[in-house]
Design a protein around this ligand. Structure first.
Ligand code: SME
Length: 203
């Protein structure tokens, strides 16, 4: 175990805060057989993007084992992913508002996140998040300024990915939104990695 990690009350690991993260590359899945106890040491997280998502997925599963609360699960996913990728500038959930009548217009309301102040509400169909919610399809946006109707919560955001979050019954419960200060920061590997983690945690 990393000496900076301390066990929680129930014996589960509590992550320490890291100051730097090794850069992600699109290199092939080599050098991934690192001991999981070291996975949240910045020197040990695999640098290949797909392998890094796989390593973080295992860590998230270990931390969330036995925890049913949705807020706790969302907050943990947002925190652990934001801590694992340099490109994650704003990271969090917009939940389908359960208080909206099902036969009227649907709205997303902000949930657990890491980053600067996020917009509170987004109508289905509006912006990248609303488009992901309305279509139930992952949106990878290389240039947010070229996306019609993009909602700029923070002008530093340049690119983003939004992934629909479904529960076990296949109902849309939220979208997971990641913004980057770097243009074209996200690609199919991010989509695959995130879709897998969100299915594992909420499906
Ligand atoms: N970029 C989003 C809005 C949410 S924030 O970026 C936190 C969108 O257009 O849906």
């Amino acid at each position: 175990m990393d000496p900076r990690d301390k066990p929680g009350d129930d014996g589960r690991r509590v992550m320490s805060r890291r100051t730097s993260i090794a850069p992600v590359t699109n290199a092939p899945l080599a050098l991934t057989s690192l001991p999981m106890a070291e996975a949240f040491n910045e020197l040990a997280l695999p640098s290949a993007k797909a392998a890094r998502y796989a390593a973080v997925a295992e860590e998230i599963a270990a931390v969330l084992e036995g925890e049913p609360n949705l807020t706790a699960r969302m907050a943990t996913v947002a925190s652990m992913l934001a801590a694992s990728f340099d490109d994650y500038f704003w990271t969090g959930f917009y939940l389908v508002d359960p208080d909206k009548p099902p036969n009227g217009p649907q709205e997303l309301v902000v949930g657990p996140y890491q980053g600067s102040l996020g917009c509170l509400r987004i109508a289905f169909g509006r912006g990248v998040c609303g488009t992901a919610a309305a279509t139930r399809k992952t949106q990878v946006v290389e240039d947010v300024h070229a996306f019609p109707d993009h909602i700029a919560c923070d002008s530093r955001s340049m690119s983003e990915i939004v992934v629909p979050v479904l529960d076990r019954a296949g109902r849309l419960i939220a979208v997971f939104d990641v913004d980057s200060e770097r243009p074209a920061a996200f690609d199919g590997l991010d989509a695959e990695g995130l879709e897998r983690i969100l299915k594992q945690v909420f499906g």
